[in-house]
Design a protein around this ligand. Structure first.
Ligand SMILES: Cc1cc2nc3c(=O)[nH]c(=O)nc-3n(C[C@H](O)[C@H](O)[C@H](O)COP(=O)(O)OP(=O)(O)OC[C@H]3O[C@@H](n4cnc5c(N)ncnc54)[C@H](O)[C@@H]3O)c2cc1C
Ligand code: SF4
Length: 315
């Protein structure tokens, strides 16, 4: 690990201002960042610890939704009575991720910003446009079983690994931030994560030094909340394919996929097909899919996962 300096910020505005300096980075639970620092994939020269910023509360909003502080731990969010009652999809997605110990440390903001699990991203002997822009992509033509089947580019075919982010996308969450100049803004979750395009190292809409302060959920919409995660092991594994859904009694609903793209994958037009069944939805969701030979199995797996979701919604 490279040496770095460290400070504990005492207000969000102070943290954001400090983070605009070259080489500075926030640290929250550290469950992703520290691993990347040990491998020298991330090499910040200055860490700004955000754990003292009093951003660890879950509050009801005047509109009847929830405001989840950026520092709320994944365990606390999954266990919150209001989340379990009104946003069950979010609770289920969180509990499908990582392990109890990791969830005790992992935060809401850190989870959204966790980096890909592409094995070549972690292997510093391999070319990787995300780790080192312009170096190439070892996954294209390499081992690509876990990789994206849609929305990828010739520069990168990695997936976003977060389970929680899939639920946030279905729930139409909004990411609240403060920028280094002290101004606040709200970013709809649909615009938060980016597709790789020519710049796979740019993964989200944040500008350098921008601090996430909270994630806001709109009023609950009722319905049956489901999260299905298909993976190689029953625990402690990232999704090959996952589906988060809210299905209403009349068969309408909202749905997003994990494990298939560089960001949670939701196509609102596909949701009109929900009453027609899993095949129709999958066809719309994956209309432009370009799988590799190794991960073509994900296309039928998406359809079967959606079928399981819809069957559960009917019970
Ligand atoms: C073995 C293992 C298995 C896992 N399995 C799963 C899984 O199955 N599903 C899943 O979804 N996740 C899984 N995870 C990932 C885990 O959920 C993330 O590591 C965790 O959510 C990151 O949160 P953190 O607070 O520790 O982030 P950190 O590691 O502290 O930070 C991550 C990134 O977010 C930035 N950051 C942190 N807070 C802020 C803020 N407020 N504003 C702006 N930037 C910020 C940091 O600078 C850093 O770039 C696994 C992790 C491990 C190690
Ligand atoms: S898929 Fe993306 S993260 Fe993986 S090696 Fe290629 S550029 Fe790197």
């Amino acid at each position: 690990m490279r040496s770095f300096t460290y400070e504990r910020a005492s207000s969000p505005a102070e943290a954001a201002a400090a983070a605009s300096a070259e080489g500075a980075k926030f640290i929250a639970g550290g469950t992703n960042l520290l691993d990347l620092m040990k491998l020298e994939i991330e090499t910040p020269t200055h860490l700004i610890d955000v754990n003292d910023l009093a951003l660890d509360r879950i509050e009801t909003t005047p509109e009847g939704g929830l405001r989840i502080g950026a520092l709320v731990r994944n365990t606390d969010l999954a266990a919150d009575e209001r989340v379990r009652r009104d946003y069950g999809l979010l609770s289920r997605a969180l509990l499908a991720g990582a392990s109890g110990q990791l969830r005790n440390k992992a935060t809401t903001a850190g989870n959204l910003l966790q980096r890909t699990r592409c094995p070549y991203f972690y292997d510093t002997n391999q070319p990787c446009n995300k780790r080192q822009p312009g170096s190439g992509c070892a996954a294209i033509g390499g081992f690509s079983r876990q990789h994206a089947v849609i929305g990828a580019s010739e520069m990168c075919i990695a997936t976003h690994p977060s389970d929680m982010a899939v639920a946030m996308r279905v729930l139409d969450a909004t990411v609240e931030t403060v920028r280094p100049d002290g101004t606040a803004r709200s970013i709809p979750i649909a615009e938060f994560h980016r597709l790789p395009g020519d710049t796979p190292h740019v993964e989200n809409a944040l500008i350098p030094g921008e601090l996430i302060t909270a994630v806001t959920l709109p009023r609950p919409v009722g319905g049956t909340h489901i999260y299905h995660k298909v993976r190689d092991r029953a625990s402690y594994a990232f999704a090959l394919v996952s589906a988060g859904a809210i299905v209403q009694r009349d068969g309408t609903g909202h749905i997003a996929l994990g494990g298939v793209a560089h960001k949670p994958w939701r196509v609102e037009a596909a949701e009109a097909e929900l009453p027609r069944g899993a095949k129709a939805v999958a066809e719309q969701l994956l209309a432009d899919a370009k799988p590799t030979q190794e991960n073509a199995f994900k296309l039928p797996l998406v359809e079967r996962t959606l079928a399981a979701v819809l069957a559960e919604a009917r019970t």
